[in-house]
Design a protein around this ligand. Structure first.
Ligand SMILES: Cc1ncc(COP(=O)(O)O)c(C=O)c1O
Length: 397
């Protein structure tokens, strides 16, 4: 057995299921989950129609797909990234893009390429748990970077020692952040890029919430690199996904884009790992990356839900819509686990305790006494959840 398997933590939802196993929610109140970050807006009709083409499916089923991806998909991604992130040198579809089967598998797999069986991996805290498992299984040691309110929930690298920078082989960033929805600025991203030159490590930026924003499109890692005249995107790989952008979590489709030397090795790894995307999924993904109108509509659905939810909840539980993403990350008036339990027991609304999404470092868990609420159910359910939560808070002792 791989000895590192023993170091993996249970997934947050596994812990949540354990926590609430004995709770009997009130009868007559239908369950509403704000726990899982699974988009539920309807997949755009033009994509469903396109997928109903028997010829495309027959062709896809009858072919081993290329791991590198079809040119039409790589070009669609390259155009999206170049335009969306204002790149002054267009992404090369031949060498700087790889399709992935959702960012989850790819964020995991890239660590197996970039880590040499030891060293440190920097991970924002709180964080998407895949980064941690990827680093552990690749044989490196995790170094959590606090993302506290004092730093607008962005990673604060100020306490990292020279020895830690020297030992670092991979830095994970998540911008917009899960769970906070905060956005790293171009300057913050450039700080990490400059460190990568000084200390020779790779940066993996998970940008899968980049298209769910409230006002301005969040910048990305490649945009920050481009703005400093770094046209080879050295050390920089951005990951993005159609799951949130296009409401296609079941398609399993995303990209890795950036440093061609890293991507060449990543392609080699993926060839052995056997992670080619089925042809029909590649064709559909190309159509999705080429179309923007549906993402505008998607954002307006989230805006509508945030507005309705906050209007009801804010008088008793003040919180703000984040700059991006589809979560809320408020403080709880009682311990986060206790809050989650009582809320479920009294209202049948499920949320995630913040401490499950973070690790305790030096006696502090940055997720403690917060909960994550995902604005993913349809508007009526979000409104219903808000009303139940308001009533719950008004009666909370
Ligand atoms: C921060 C973050 N990264 C990556 C993912 C994975 O998304 P997918 O594999 O659907 O692209 C998620 C999913 O919830 C996420 O929250």
């Amino acid at each position: 057995m791989n000895k590192h398997l023993d170091s993996l933590h249970p997934y947050p939802f596994e812990k949540l299921n354990g926590l609430v196993a004995d709770v009997t929610p009130p009868e007559g109140k239908k369950p509403i989950s704000l726990a899982l970050g699974e988009p539920t807006h309807r997949t755009p009709t033009f994509l469903i129609d396109a997928y109903c083409d028997p010829e495309m499916i027959a062709n896809g089923f009858g072919t081993y797909p290329p791991t590198k991806g079809l040119l039409e998909l790589r070009e669609a991604i390259a155009n999206f990234v170049t335009t969306r992130f204002n790149l002054s040198r267009a992404i090369d579809a031949g060498t700087e893009v790889l399709p992935v089967n959702g960012t989850r598998e790819a964020l995991f797999a890239i660590a197996q390429v970039l880590i040499n069986g030891s060293g440190l991996t920097f991970i924002p805290n709180p964080f998407y748990q895949i980064y941690e498992g990827a680093a552990i299984l690749a044989g490196s040691t995790t170094r959590f970077i606090p993302c506290d309110e004092a730093n607008n929930f962005n990673p604060d690298f100020s306490e990292i020692t020279k020895a830690e920078w020297e030992a670092c082989s991979l830095v994970y960033l998540c911008t917009p952040g899960n769970p906070s929805g905060s956005i790293m600025s171009i300057e913050d991203l450039q700080y990490v890029i400059r460190k990568s030159d000084e200390y020779k490590f790779a940066i993996v930026s998970d940008e899968c919430y980049s298209e769910i924003y409230s006002k301005n499109p969040p910048p990305g890692l490649l945009e920050a690199a481009s703005a400093m005249g770094r046209h080879d995107y050295k050390n920089c790989i951005a990951f993005n996904s159609l799951s949130k952008r296009s409401n296609l979590p079941g398609l399993r489709s995303g990209y890795a884009c950036g440093d061609s030397e890293i991507l060449e090795k990543f392609l080699l790894y993926r060839t052995y790992h056997g992670s080619a995307m089925p042809i029909q999924n590649q064709r559909l993904s190309a159509l999705a990356w080429e179309e923007e109108q549906h993402t505008i509509e998607n954002r307006s659905l989230y805006a509508e839900k945030y507005e309705a939810f906050l209007k009801i909840v804010n008088p008793v539980w003040p919180m703000q819509q984040p700059d991006a993403g589809f979560y809320l990350w408020p403080k709880t008036p009682i311990r986060d686990e206790e809050f989650t339990l009582q809320l479920l027991a009294q209202t049948n609304v499920k949320v995630v305790p913040g401490s499950y999404l973070a690790r305790e470092v030096n006696g502090v868990n940055p997720g403690a006494n917060r909960v994550r609420l995902a604005m993913v159910p349809e508007l009526e359910k979000c409104v219903e959840a808000a009303q139940r939560i308001k009533h719950f808070l008004e009666h909370l002792r």
